[in-house]
Design a protein around this ligand. Structure first.
Ligand SMILES: *Cc1c(COP(=O)(O)O)cnc(C)c1O
Length: 356
């Protein structure tokens, strides 16, 4: 039986995507060949890459606006260093918002390239909220933020206005909610949180921000080289790109980002209402900054842990423990997780009150 999969990543994908990608491993496009054994330069795979790049821009509302979409390797972690390598001038500086483990990982890499100015941080309160009302220095080469903090369960509900390029790590909430994506100059997202299997990262960037650093950029790190090669500078991870395309098509058929956003809001509300109503639990993120993708919560009394863990496992739930650095529980409610799975979790939380 299919589990109710609350894993933070790699995560649940739509069932039809699992089925279609499995089929393509056996026989891709009725070609008599597996997607895994055809040349990435073949007509069939070039069409996959082209469609995936175009559909990413279409879903984000960024076609014909000077943006390029790339499917690259190295995970979101690679973008932590590709971004400063491509955007930070020699002797320049970059501005970073520190909202969690991944944001601070990006800061650590940027420090190798120049000065990083941390405009605000919620570290001293274990990243339980998103800092607000900070100033962004306009002499920085770019501003970097993390839209959704996968580990701590916080999400930026608004983004600061600034004249400098805005770079955003959207790994764990890409394609989950409607934003004016044209306010961002570079967006990146590791696929395995909401888009596809591990092994590929979507990078969407405004081409005009490139070429301003005079830095000597190693080829594999150079966004311009990847754009010129139409995201085929070297062998792309064909299976991950194809599966990401299937997920994007699924999303388009569902009505796109605005349609999934409504579903995601309903899912998050169902769970947060229970966390707030149930006297045995408490949320760890500040209410106004709660993530609609990853809900973090605790049992108020640790002595209930054993029975609660047994109950949700018996209900067919998987992937609920919090990140090892935080503990407690984390319910990841990515696009493909059905509302019914959240109802199962809520039912278990309610039942716990009668079992203790
Ligand atoms: C998971 C995650 C990362 C790291 O992604 P990798 O693909 O493992 O490098 C970075 N940022 C955020 C917000 C994440 O959720």
């Amino acid at each position: 039986m299919k589990k109710h999969n609350f894993s933070a990543g790699p995560c649940i994908l739509p069932q039809e995507v699992f089925e279609k990608s499995a089929q393509a491993v056996l026989n891709f496009n009725d070609s008599g060949l597996s997607i895994l054994e055809i040349s990435h330069r073949s007509k069939d795979f070039v069409a996959v890459m082209d469609e995936a790049r175009a559909l990413a821009l279409e879903l984000l509302g960024l076609e014909n606006k000077g943006y390029q979409a790339l499917f690259l390797q190295g995970g979101a972690s690679m973008e932590f260093l590709r971004v400063p390598n491509n955007l930070m001038k020699i002797g320049g500086k970059a501005a970073y918002l520190d909202t969690g483990t991944w944001a601070s990982g990006a800061i650590k890499e940027a420090k190798n390239f120049g000065e990083t100015q941390i405009v605000a941080s919620s570290k001293s309160e274990n990243y339980n909220h998103i800092p607000k009302n900070f100033l962004i220095p306009e002499d920085a080469n770019y501003f970097h933020c993390t839209s959704n903090n996968t580990i701590f369960g916080t999400q930026m509900k608004s983004f600061p206005e600034t004249k400098i390029p805005v770079v955003c790590d959207m790994s764990s909430d890409i394609f989950s909610r409607q934003l004016d994506f044209s306010k961002f100059d570079l967006i990146y997202a590791g696929a395995q949180k909401n888009m596809g299997p591990a092994g590929v990262t979507l990078v969407v960037l405004k081409e005009e921000i490139l070429g301003k650093t005079e830095r000597n950029i190693p080829s594999i790190l150079d966004y311009q080289k990847h754009i010129s090669a139409e995201s085929m500078y070297n062998t792309p991870p064909v299976f991950a790109v194809y599966t990401s395309l299937l997920t994007m098509k699924w999303l388009k058929n569902l009505g796109g980002i605005s349609a999934i956003e409504q579903i995601n809001i309903a899912k998050a509300k169902l769970l947060y209402d229970e966390i707030d109503r149930n006297p045995l639990f408490e949320g760890t993120a500040k209410t106004e900054d709660r993530s609609n993708m990853n809900a973090t919560f605790l049992l108020k009394d640790n002595s209930h842990t054993e029975i609660f863990d047994k109950m949700w496992k018996e209900a067919g739930i998987s992937g609920l423990p919090g990140h090892r650095s935080v503990g407690g529980y984390r319910a990841s409610m990515y696009n493909a997780l059905p509302l019914e799975s959240i109802q199962v979790l809520v039912d278990v939380m309610q039942e716990l009150r009668f079992k203790i």
